[in-house]
Design a protein around this ligand. Structure first.
Ligand SMILES: Cc1ncc(C[n+]2csc(CCOP(=O)(O)OP(=O)(O)O)c2C)c(N)n1
Ligand SMILES: [Mg+2]
Length: 937
């Protein structure tokens, strides 16, 4: 009655009495009163049921919120860590945190339909959510912005397929794989005591995971896997997944010599292997495990490039035939920046590979560093969120959950052609390597690990309890495997030298390792003036139906005119080289920052159709059966892109693959690829590679960061014909170099220091005849001088030649010969010696460079000119490559030129002895004081 607050107290008491009478016997009272109370009662009941209804509705929403909470945060509350408790995260998923209570557990909620279990009590919903999201697998996917993907994942995770019912044979297979993984490590541990192997122990479930990944992939149509991984578990993967012969692996522990083809080799846990293996369904798949250097994650972009090359050329653009699999360490994936670069590239047109499967061997430690010191992010895999890829964190001890997740991940990748991450939560049985003491740094963790049974024994126990295997069967299997390993060890002792298998051997058929003499040969390839003109026309054609801006039209007209006049500049020489290669069936691929137009607006390999975003690429329209031409503006990274292109060249030796640095000095951001792959892969792994680097170089007063491509650094790495390093000064030489690199029967990385100001220098042109009839010139002699007149022989390389030439012309200095060394490595010793001999009369031989004395080619040249007295002219040695002020640059440039052309004031007057001969000292006296020249010349 408290609703009748508008009445006075006495009224209320009266009405209260009447109401009681109505409740006891409504017929005994006045009709109007009984009608009044009936109406009042209805209203009360109605309003109360409405209250209840809205409360129920409200709770339905709360249950939906709870479901959302599990989807978004369930992964924080899983049982995924096999050896220690997880961190505590707040708020928890307790129903109270969602405005529900124990009293609601038996209430039926329609919200159950949201997770596919229909109208069920809250208790059932919570159980289902815990089963789905909080057991051995934590699933992160709710940040994905594409509802098609999230719906797919929700239905797979929450629906009836959320658990695999493994057949007995599959269970036995999983056990067998685990048994091999554990047995292999135990065997090595006992037989090669104290030797480093970076065991997989603690994460042995990687082996069944990979095998099922490959089988599922094959079922989905994948024919080839490109796998990269670091040191941890590599031997186990080689043995039990790639099926590298066990005897070869064992041999590498004791061998003393490599086969002749290998110069230096590498430690066994860095080697790669390719093998076509036959799966249980009788399908064959090709597995390529790329060799890796110690530098963690550096192989990641490389394997992507190799995968893409096969997608493009072996599978003709069919992305479904190839899958890259990157196996990461937990510290490396979180810490190495190149992982970000690779992931950022994963969906870009030039670099996509149809979805990479990322697997993390998450042993919760990196060397001695705890995960809490190794990253800010919650998970080591949080980088996945950059591309909104799903992540599954799986307890490595629950191998069935892992295999189930692998299958799910492979289906996801197949459906959406995008990356997916599987984080195997596990541990590392020993220290960083087997001889390392982990209890110095993780004593508590290692107490837990010491007592922890291995995944084989855990799963074996489960299969025994399920009645699938007996203890005896398990013991017999282990014994049989151990006997096999012993047999292989015996065989290994008779092998002798270590042979490192040629990686991607099928692609490299017909190509050989180069020796010094191979660089001296020329590889003539027929080219007629008519064909060159035909290609010239094709690459300067604009489709008449499309409109282009005036400047594009003019550019094309200018280029056509150049060809009519029989002349080419740098860019035209470059494009003509590509055109001829494409015409001859060699694919050409170029990528780099702003490479399509060219940083210096020189290349214009594609033209944008006005008022559209479309481009027209003339080099793609040369002839019907031409090879493909692809050019991409790369993302703004160097390490990832160069690694990718190196990998591309590795898997496409028939093609010219070029990476261009925006300015040459930016190549140092990719130094790992240059040091660990480009310069050393052949020595380490017998791996040839024809990658071409364009490194713009030249001192034009643009400051410290835009002048030097660090020629000295590349030359420091050059030895034994491991690379070809050239600093070119004519379009014809570029043209011939590029073509020659494809026509010869070997491949080496080619580093070309490319010009900037020379791109528009009126003298830096070549004639069409030079292109048709010429050849690559390692050294360009001075053809303008009369040898008898020459008193000073000047060697130089690159752009400074044109500065010297201008000064020589200005001075009319007929007694100076300017000789360009175009190829810096392999050093053209014989040619240089011939030239020195030719000018035998000269008084002095100079080396002139624009770079400071501690940079540029000087130290390399000094070494190569061991037999000849050569005096250097260079900028003063310095820490920074160049000055920031144009005026200072001009002064030091003038100083170099002045020194080269300085005339002697002594008895050799009017002769170019290059020395300030004072106080009666003779030319020879001063020549002996060699150090004097360095500082004072
Ligand atoms: C770029 C780079 N920096 C440092 C090292 C030295 N290093 C070798 S292994 C390792 C720890 C790697 O930890 P993680 O990625 O978790 O792999 P795990 O050894 O635990 O399997 C370090 C720091 C390296 N190999 N590469
Ligand atoms: Mg680790």
């Amino acid at each position: 009655m408290d609703h009748l607050s508008f009445l006075g107290n006495s009224d209320i008491q009266t009405i209260d009495k009447l109401y009681h009478q109505y409740l006891l016997d409504p017929d005994s009272m006045d009709k109007s009163w009984s009608n009044f109370f009936a109406g009042f009662d209805f209203a009360r009941k109605f309003s109360s049921s409405q209250d209840q209804g809205s409360e129920q509705l409200d709770k339905e929403f709360r249950v939906l919120n709870l479901i959302d909470g599990y989807r978004k945060r369930g992964h924080l509350f899983t049982k995924t860590n096999p050896v220690r408790a997880r961190r505590n995260y707040f708020p928890t998923l307790a129903i109270e945190n969602y405005g529900l209570s124990e009293h609601d557990l038996n209430t039926v909620f329609h919200a159950g339909t949201e997770i596919g279990i229909g109208n069920v009590p809250l208790r059932g919903i919570v159980d289902h959510l815990n089963q789905t999201y909080c057991r051995s697998t934590g699933s992160e996917y709710m940040y994905i912005r594409d509802p098609e993907k999230t719906d797919w994942l929700k239905s797979r995770l929450e629906g009836s397929k959320n658990e695999t019912k493994f057949t007995i044979s599959n269970k036995k297979k999983i056990f067998d794989l685990l048994m091999h993984a554990v047995g292999f490590e135990n065997f090595i541990h006992k037989r090669f005591i104290g030797q480093k192997r970076f065991s997989l122990e603690g994460t042995e479930s990687l082996i069944p995971a990979l095998r099922f990944l490959i089988e599922k992939g094959s079922e989905l149509g994948i024919e080839e896997f490109f796998i990269s991984m670091a040191h941890r578990g590599r031997l186990n993967v080689l043995a039990n997944i790639i099926q590298k012969p066990l005897e070869n692996i064992f041999q590498e522990f004791t061998a003393e010599e490599y086969d002749e083809a290998i110069a230096l080799g590498d430690v066994k846990y860095h080697l790669g292997y390719c093998n076509a293996i036959t799966l249980d369904n009788n399908q064959q798949v090709m597995l390529n495990l790329i060799p890796n250097p110690s530098h963690l994650e550096s192989a990641s972009p490389v394997i992507q490039g190799a995968a893409r090359a096969h997608i493009d050329h072996k599978y003709h653009g069919d992305f479904s035939k190839v899958a890259p699999v990157l196996i990461h360490g937990d510290a490396a994936i979180a810490g190495q920046g190149v992982v970000y670069e690779v992931i950022q590239m994963s969906e870009l047109a030039g670099y996509r590979t149809g979805g990479t499967v990322h697997i993390v061997i998450n042993n919760q430690v990196g060397f001695t560093t705890n995960y809490l010191d190794a990253r800010t992010s919650t998970y080591c895999t949080d980088i996945a969120k950059v591309i909104k890829a799903p992540v599954f964190h799986v307890n490595g001890d629950d191998v069935e959950a892992l295999v189930h997740t692998i299958n799910l991940a492979m289906e996801y990748r197949h459906t959406f052609s995008s990356d997916v991450f599987i984080d195997i939560l596990s541990y590392r049985k020993y220290g960083h390597n087997e001889g390392d003491e982990p209890r110095y740094t993780q004593p508590t963790l290692y107490k837990a690990i010491e007592k922890h049974p291995n995944p084989r024994d855990i799963y074996g126990g489960r299969l025994i309890s399920e009645g699938i295997l007996t203890q005896e069967e398990i013991a017999n299997q282990q014994k049989a495997f151990s006997n096999l390993l012993d047999e292989k060890l015996t065989i290994s002792k008779d092998i002798g030298k270590v042979r490192i298998q040629r990686f991607l051997a099928d692609d490299w058929k017909g190509l050989k390792h180069a020796s010094g003499i191979d660089f001296e040969k020329h590889y003539p390839h027929e080219l007629t003036a008519d064909l060159l003109k035909f290609i010239g026309e094709k690459i300067n054609h604009l489709p008449p139906e499309d409109k282009f801006i005036d400047k594009t039209v003019k550019l094309v007209e200018d280029r056509k005119r150049m060809i009519t006049e029989g002349k080419v500049d740098w860019a035209l020489g470059e494009l003509l080289a590509y055109g001829t290669l494409l015409y001859d069936g060699h694919p050409v691929r170029l990528s780099g920052q702003d490479s399509i137009r060219g940083t210096f607006a020189q290349r214009h390999a594609a033209h944008v159709i006005e008022d559209t975003d479309q481009i027209f690429v003339p080099l793609q329209h040369i002839a019907q059966n031409q090879a493909p031409f692809t050019i991409y503006n790369s993302p703004l990274n160097e390490y990832g892109v160069l690694g990718f292109e190196y990998g591309y060249a590795m898997a496409c030796p028939n093609g010219l693959t070029i990476w261009e640095a925006q300015y040459g000095d930016f190549a140092n951001v990719a130094q790992v690829i240059i040091d660990q792959f480009i310069s050393s892969a052949e020595d380490k792994w017998g791996l040839m590679n024809g990658i071409t680097l364009y490194l713009p170089h030249g001192y034009e007063g643009q400051g410290p960061e835009h002048s030097s491509a660090r020629i000295e650094r590349i030359l420091l790495l050059a030895a034994n014909n491991n690379m070809q390093v050239v600093n070119l000064t004519t379009p014809a030489n570029l043209f011939h170099m590029l073509r020659q690199s494809m026509y010869r029967n070997f491949r080496v990385p080619l580093v070309i220091f490319t010009p900037k100001s020379l791109l528009r220098h009126p003298l830096c042109t070549s004639s069409l005849d030079d292109l048709v009839d010429g050849k690559f010139l390692e050294v360009i002699d001075d053809n303008e001088v009369d040898v008898a007149e020459v008193r000073r022989l000047v060697f130089c390389s690159g752009k400074i030649y044109y500065d010297l030439l201008a000064r020589k012309t200005e001075l009319g200095a007929r007694d100076i010969a300017l000789v360009r060394i175009e190829q810096l490595h392999p050093f053209p010793t014989a040619l240089v010696e011939r030239i020195i001999k030719k000018y035998g009369n000269t008084m002095i031989t100079l080396w002139v460079q624009e770079e400071p004395g501690n940079m540029g080619p000087w130290r390399h040249i000094h070494h190569e000119f061991r037999k000849t007295e050569i005096i250097p002219v260079y900028r003063q040695s310095s820490g920074s490559p160049a000055t920031g002020l144009l005026r200072l640059h001009q002064i030091s440039q003038e100083d170099i030129l002045a020194k080269v052309f300085r005339r002697c004031e002594c008895e050799l007057k009017r002769k170019y002895c290059g020395l300030q001969c004072v106080n009666g000292s003779t030319h020879q006296d001063i020549l002996k004081q060699f150090s004097y020249f360095h500082e004072n010349l």
